[in-house]
Write a protein that binds this ligand. Sequence first.
Ligand SMILES: NC(=O)c1ccc[n+]([C@@H]2O[C@H](COP(=O)([O-])OP(=O)(O)OC[C@H]3O[C@@H](n4cnc5c(N)ncnc54)[C@H](O)[C@@H]3O)[C@@H](O)[C@H]2O)c1
Length: 334
Amino acid sequence: MMDSVRTAFKGKAALITGGMGFIGSNLAIRLANLGAKVTVLDSMIPDYGGNEFNLAPVKDRVRVNYCDIRDQSALNYLVRGQDYVFHLAGQVSHLMSLSNPFPDIEMNITGTAFLMESLRKYNPSAVCVYTGTRGQYGSSVSLPVNEEAPTNPKGIYEISNLTAEKIIKVYNDVHGVRAVLLRLSNIYGPRSQMMHSHFGVCNWFVRLALDNDTIKVFGDGSILRDFCYVDDTVEAIIKSASTEAAYGEIFNVGSDIPVSFLELVEAIVSVAGSGKWEYADFSAERKAQEPGDFYSDITKIRRIVGWEPTTTLANGLAKTCEYYRKNREYYWSK
Ligand SMILES: NC(=O)c1ccc[n+]([C@@H]2O[C@H](COP(=O)([O-])OP(=O)(O)OC[C@H]3O[C@@H](n4cnc5c(N)ncnc54)[C@H](O)[C@@H]3O)[C@@H](O)[C@H]2O)c1
């Protein structure tokens, strides 16, 4: 599998929308190290996840284009000649999507339609990978959750991700733009925004612990999630991009090892060697949106793509703490 990934990307052109952000920058670094010609598109909207420092290890090897996913003419230009298009740009906060739904709808739904139109017209032979969210399922009907489970999103962000996924699927089925549709669980690791708690809960808890602050655990802390380290997530993205049998398919990307929030915060405090935690009540807004226990069934991606996560929570948290300790100045304020 390693060899097929190497040959799939060496000398190939790859566009990453949202490539200055958390997952996009880790993907850009991995692809550049595999010998791909990487172009990053990012609008760098304040308070979103974009950070120039994220691309520091490859800054001389990656082309950056500062533009918005809603700029059709820029997309028309940027998609040309690309072998792969990884679509990661978007409004990613479900809390923000509830206080103002319009940026989310414009970027995640209309922006996705702009990208797919550019691909249809100017590069229909590129392979596209989209990173949606486990939130598309809403509350779990049974656990673990597989790709056949009903989708009942509990927020505008989750609706916009599901809609974007369906738009891309239409371009795959009707226009022949080959696409892989991923539904990511909770991703953590280096290069996430660490300025506020609007999105990226695990990374935010890491910041609180490193600052020796108190982490608030909502409810009784028993809610289950599957946390997935960003390097594993990047492997899932590139392996599915280079697996023909994956085209047109939806895959969960997560872990089938569930962890409660209590276990998570205890692990973070232990690995960081600082910080503490306490119970707190859900705000009414958070309570209304909380989907309850979730963890992914990853049987399908294991079988078709040959991917599974390999980083334990303790190892992933150790690498995460080490990265932010070393690079705190680039993440704590901007
Ligand atoms: N991090 C997670 O736990 C997680 C979980 C599920 C799904 N996802 C999805 O993965 C993708 C990447 O998420 P992330 O965690 O890296 O987020 P991120 O916020 O760190 O990265 C998103 C990037 O997109 C850019 N961007 C936002 N709006 C844009 C626009 N209009 N035009 C161009 N660029 C724009 C931002 O500047 C940022 O750099 C998103 O689609 C997100 O919904 C992430």
